[in-house]
Structure formats: structure tokens, C-alpha cells
Design a protein around this ligand. Structure first.
Ligand code: NDP
Length: 289
């Protein structure tokens, strides 16, 4: 079997053109472009790169982005005040705090400061709590898991009654994706670093979502033939043949998985582009409500 590739770039492009049209309509109604406020603390190059990518994506779809950039030495109150300033700014519809924050900063307190109506990253505890409760609707759902669900839906894959295994239980990816798969009526098992015999668990899954941060961890013999495999991982590994000296691989051994899986995402070009597209979609939604 050769897996069908789920093309995140193509789906993200479609989503972005929908957002562009929606942003133009919102701008005509509001008299301003929808606005995203980004808080970046410290000088981590990867975080700075992600912020630049998000700002460029905003430009492409007609969303106005503003950044509040603070040094790594910023006090807790300064970071929270940057969030509160965006809460109070009528031209800002959504707020993104780029994670991770420096160790000296209490991340939970900063995220709690985001106004619920502007939580376009969907990680305020109230939004995550609502996601896990029956009959409650979160205002926003986190970008990466929402992108994963959209990729699955766009591929015409039915989740009801399927066995799904999520590897990873972080607040931003593993937890919400497990909740969203449950809400889509899959039967979900959550795995983590203390799971005993991970391959035994993944082999029974119709759907595997890997959000681990371990390069090419998931091998061919971990997978049930025909399984849907969504690779969230994004890991830089040394590559002397590349100009930069490194390249990105996922948490799934792509070459091996391709021979067994029914559906498979690539890294790069799978979940990553969808994460940004869903952040923009949430920002537009915030401007429309
Ligand atoms: P975290 O480090 O917060 O969480 C990793 C999770 O994987 C933890 O739950 C951990 O278990 C589990 N884990 C680690 N090692 C193993 C192992 N050997 N076996 C089983 N489980 C293990 O990472 P994130 O959730 O933030 O990110 C996961 C990956 O997704 C990373 O590669 C990240 O770069 C990528 N990512 C990609 C995005 C995109 O847009 N494409 C967006 C966000 C993340 P435990 O809880 O027990 O420690």
C-alpha cells in the first residue's frame, strides 16, 4: 500500500483565500481591517521566526498585525500588561502569546490575562474546559488541533466509531486534539512518555496523531495497515547536505509509514501550514462576532 498524502499546503491555501474574502467583508463593515495582536518575549530565534511567519500570513489575507516585543528580562507585570493593552485595544480582535515564554514568566497567569473574546489561540482554560464538556461550545479552539481536524474532514475521513490514538498530552496540541476526536465520536486513547509498549497501542488505531517532539519515532510496524496518520511533529535534525545544515522531520518516519498507512501528512507541508491558517480563521471569527 502507498499512503495517500494529505496536502496541508493545498488545504491551507484554500482556507486562506476564504479568509481573505471574509476579511475584506469585515473591513467594509468595521471600517478597519481585522486585527491580531502578538506578544513575543525574549530572543528565541525559532519563536521570532514563527511570529514573522504569522505576520506575513496576516498580510496575505488582509489582517492587520501588531506586535508587542519584550526583552527576555521583562517583568511578569510587563508581559501581562502587554496582553491587557491588546485586550483594551478596539482595533485588536485576537491575541496570540508566542510560546514558550522565558522560564522566569508565569505562563498560566499570562494566558489567563487574555480576554476570552480575543483568545484566538483557544488556550484559555475556559475555552479548553468548554471543549471537554458536553453541551458547551468553546468560543475558539486551538489552531493546530483545529487544523488537524480540518485536514481529516477535507480528506473525507469518517471518525465516528474509529479507534484513535494521540501520542502526546500537551495543553496546546495533545489534550485538545484528544478532546476534538472524542467530540467527533472516535474512541480515543491518549499516550505519553510513561505509556508502556506504545507500538502495541498504536497498532490497533485507525487514526494516529503524533504530537511528541521526537524525530521519526513512529515506525512502519507501529501502524495498522490503512491507518490515517497525522504527524504534528516538527523537529530540526542535522543535515550537512542542506544549505542551513539542518532540515525538519516529523514524529513519524515518513518513508516507512508511507508503505503501510492509508493516509499520511508530510513534514513540512502538512499540519504546519494549517496551524497558521486556523489562527487567521479564528482572528477573522473574532472580528465577525
Ligand atoms: P510537548 O513537549 O509539550 O509535549 C510532548 C508530549 O509528548 C508530552 O505529552 C510527552 O509526554 C510526550 N512524549 C515525549 N516523548 C515521548 C515518547 N518517547 N513516547 C511517548 N510520548 C512521548 O510538545 P508539543 O505538544 O508542544 O509539541 C509536540 C510536537 O509538535 C513538537 O515536535 C512540536 O514542534 C510540534 N508542533 C507543531 C506544530 C505545528 O504547527 N506543526 C504546532 C505545535 C507543536 P509527557 O506528558 O509524559 O511528558
Amino acid at each position: 500500500m502507498t499512503a495517500a498524502i494529505i496536502d496541508g499546503r493545498a488545504v491551507a491555501k484554500r482556507v486562506q483565500s476564504e479568509i481573505r474574502a471574509g476579511a475584506d467583508q469585515a473591513a467594509a463593515r468595521l471600517g478597519r481591517r481585522p486585527g491580531l495582536g502578538v506578544v513575543l518575549v525574549g530572543d528565541d530565534p525559532a519563536s521570532a521566526m514563527y511570529v514573522r511567519m504569522k505576520q506575513r500570513a496576516c498580510d496575505r489575507v488582509g489582517i492587520q498585525s501588531s506586535a508587542s516585543i519584550l526583552p527576555a528580562s521583562a517583568a511578569q507585570s510587563e508581559v501581562e500588561n502587554a496582553v491587557r493593552a491588546f485586550n483594551a485595544d478596539a482595533a485588536i480582535d485576537g491575541i496570540l502569546v508566542q510560546l514558550p515564554l522565558p522560564f522566569s514568566i508565569d505562563e498560566a497567569a499570562v494566558l489567563n490575562a487574555i480576554g476570552l473574546s480575543k483568545d484566538v489561540d483557544g488556550i484559555h482554560p475556559v475555552n479548553l474546559g468548554r471543549l471537554g464538556m458536553r453541551g458547551r461550545e468553546p468560543t475558539f479552539t486551538p489552531a493546530t488541533p483545529t487544523g488537524v481536524m480540518r485536514l481529516i474532514a477535507e480528506s473525507g475521513i469518517e471518525l465516528a466509531g474509529k479507534e484513535a490514538v494521540v501520542i502526546g498530552r500537551s495543553n496546546i496540541v495533545g489534550l485538545p486534539i484528544a478532546l476534538m476526536l472524542t467530540n467527533a465520536d472516535a474512541t480515543v486513547t491518549r499516550c505519553h512518555s510513561r505509556t508502556v509498549d506504545l507500538p502495541l497501542v498504536t497498532r490497533r488505531a485507525d487514526v494516529v496523531v503524533a504530537a511528541v517532539g521526537q524525530p521519526e519515532l513512529v515506525k512502519a510496524d507501529w501502524l495498522k495497515p490503512g491507518a490515517v496518520v497525522i504527524d504534528v511533529g516538527s523537529n530540526a535534525v542535522p543535515d550537512p547536505a542542506s544549505e542551513k545544515g539542518y532540515r525538519y522531520v516529523g514524529d513519524v518516519d515518513f518513508a516507512q509509514a508511507q508503505a503501510v498507512a492509508g493516509w499520511l501528512t508530510k513534514v513540512p507541508g502538512g499540519v504546519g501550514p494549517m496551524t497558521i491558517a486556523m489562527l487567521l480563521a479564528n482572528t477573522l471569527k473574532a472580528a465577525q462576532t
